[in-house]
Ligand binder design. Structure first.
Ligand SMILES: Cc1cc2nc3c(=O)[nH]c(=O)nc-3n(C[C@H](O)[C@H](O)[C@H](O)COP(=O)(O)O)c2cc1C
Length: 223
């Protein structure tokens, strides 16, 4: 199993710890795990060159390239972000904006057989919402199965979390790891993903709003 993790924060806090707990339980050799921190990527300028022409025209293509390559190779893709003001971190959102051209509605890399995981922690509330927000990005990248993993720490530091809560969290992580390990290699695209892919197929067949996208869908044999 190959895993690509995109961390939405540069520090190794609660979200990082939770992500490591999951990684420890996945059937994957350490050398097959690639982890990225996206805080250093320049802000998306909104030039839309990636969507209208070519992602290689992006001013931040050099920062994006190794991550995109790892995403393509991975069987499991994890997006991890603390809840900041009821959403993912700005850094991770900026990274996701750079992948707008990869949305199912544009030129998706075929990720229908991949598994995606959205991970988030929060102090009080909002981790579930943030993890779902991450899953939404994964869904639109065309990932066939997505899971969310969220945790309310009720503390500032990981070490301050009561043991009872950590035990509960461990069980949650174990259940998710079991699901992923047993699905690996035989991922069935979710119904929702299949329906949306079909809608996109019809859209690209009938609208032809962007020649590059129509050609891309044709070349992939999707239309
Ligand atoms: C800028 C910022 C915004 C935050 N917003 C919220 C919030 O809206 N609700 C909440 O319960 N906790 C909020 N928190 C707390 C974090 O979500 C929480 O401490 C989280 O576990 C931090 O994860 P980390 O250690 O991986 O950074 C915020 C923290 C920061 C720094």
């Amino acid at each position: 199993m190959k895993i690509c993790v995109v961390h939405g924060q540069n520090h190794r806090g609660n979200t990082y710890r939770l992500t490591q707990l999951l990684l420890e339980q996945l059937s994957c050799e350490k050398e097959n795990i690639k982890e990225f921190y996206v805080g250093g990527i320049g802000q998306c300028t909104g030039c839309t060159q990636c969507i209208l022409k070519d992602e290689n025209l992006c001013p931040h293509r050099l920062s994006m390239k190794p991550i995109v390559e790892a995403l393509e190779k991975a069987d499991v893709i994890i997006l991890a972000s603390p809840n900041y003001c009821m959403g993912m971190t700005g850094q991770l959102k900026n990274f996701c904006d750079h992948l707008g051209y990869r949305w199912m509605s544009h030129r998706p890399f075929d990720m229908r057989k991949k598994i995606g995981v959205g991970i988030s922690t929060t102090a009080g509330m909002g981790a579930g919402k943030t993890a779902k927000e991450l899953c939404k990005q994964l869904f639109w990248w065309s990932i066939g199965r997505t899971y969310s993993l969220s945790f309310t720490v009720n503390a500032i530091r990981w070490e301050e979390i009561p043991e009872k809560r950590i035990l509960k969290l461990n069980r949650k992580v174990q259940r998710l790891a079991h699901r992923i390990n047993s699905r690996y290699g035989k991922v069935h695209q979710s119904l929702k993903s299949r329906i949306m892919f079909k809608i996109m197929t019809l859209m690209h067949r009938n609208m032809e709003w962007n020649e590059i996208e129509t050609a891309y869908w044709r070349a992939n044999g999707w239309i």
